[in-house]
Design a protein around this ligand. Structure first.
Ligand SMILES: C[S@@+](CC[C@H](N)C(=O)[O-])C[C@H]1O[C@@H](n2cnc3c(N)ncnc32)[C@H](O)[C@@H]1O
Length: 213
């Protein structure tokens, strides 16, 4: 069962305790924040976890309306706790393996370290659904765990983040950057590129053209 570990308290607790310590993470996140317009009004976060990315986006976008999707009860609870005192963020239970629910349109769709848990075919169809629900000119920014080109570099990544390989998520379905950039272009995104990368952490960005045609 893919991503089953996100239903266990131990795995979720371990991830949340270490989330701030992942080397270079803040650097990648800061590039993501630069590419989500400050006036983005509605922002969707896919696999929101405890709402970390929505909270970072809120710092410079106090008026934004956030929607965070996740399928883990424990993560959903953590996100609801984080945003308990505000009504500008909605936390919705959803399994990303299934088509996105009807949530309206968004000025930006973001994700952090989540989509790599999906099978490759589903990653691609999800990217298509993201394109469809973005407003013209809207941004998709996916800060992601991607595949290394060689096993040696895969080992080097785990060494660099100081994690034994046994802690690798069994649900990881890592995919290289290039394939994902090709998909985003095929789906119609503009300005598609890898905007930041360090070993297996990458920021993939695409913009929905302002005028289709
Ligand atoms: C590594 S955590 C990242 C959480 C958060 N985005 C962050 O940056 O801290 C991965 C998240 O993806 C969620 N996830 C994994 N597979 C999922 C699926 N099929 N549907 C919805 N959420 C999923 C997990 O529950 C978990 O919250």
């Amino acid at each position: 069962m893919p991503a089953e570990e996100w239903t266990t308290a131990e795995h979720v607790r371990r991830y949340l305790c270490r989330a701030d310590e992942v080397p270079r993470r803040a650097e990648g996140e800061s590039v993501l924040l630069e590419h989500v317009p400050r006036d983005a009004r509605r922002i969707l976060d896919l696999g929101t976890g405890d709402g970390r990315l929505l909270a970072l986006l809120q710092i410079d976008r106090p008026e934004m309306l956030g929607v965070g999707l996740d399928f883990s009860d424990l993560m959903l609870r953590a996100a609801r706790d984080r945003f308990a005192d505000e009504d500008r963020v909605e936390v919705v239970e959803h399994d990303l393996a299934k088509p996105l629910p009807a949530l309206g349109h968004f000025d930006a769709v973001v994700s952090s370290m989540a989509i790599h848990h999906l099978e490759h075919e589903r990653k691609r169809s999800l990217y298509g659904e993201v394109f469809a629900l973005l407003e013209p000119g809207g941004v998709f920014a996916n800060f992601e765990h991607v595949a290394s080109p060689t096993h040696r570099l895969h080992l080097a990544f785990f060494a660099a983040i100081d994690e034994p390989l046994e802690h690798e998520d069994p649900s990881d379905r890592l995919l290289d950057v290039e394939s994902q950039l090709v998909w985003l272009r095929e789906l119609g995104f503009d300005d598609v590129d890898c905007y930041w990368k360090w070993l297996e952490m990458a920021l993939l960005v695409g913009v929905k053209p302002a005028e289709m045609g």
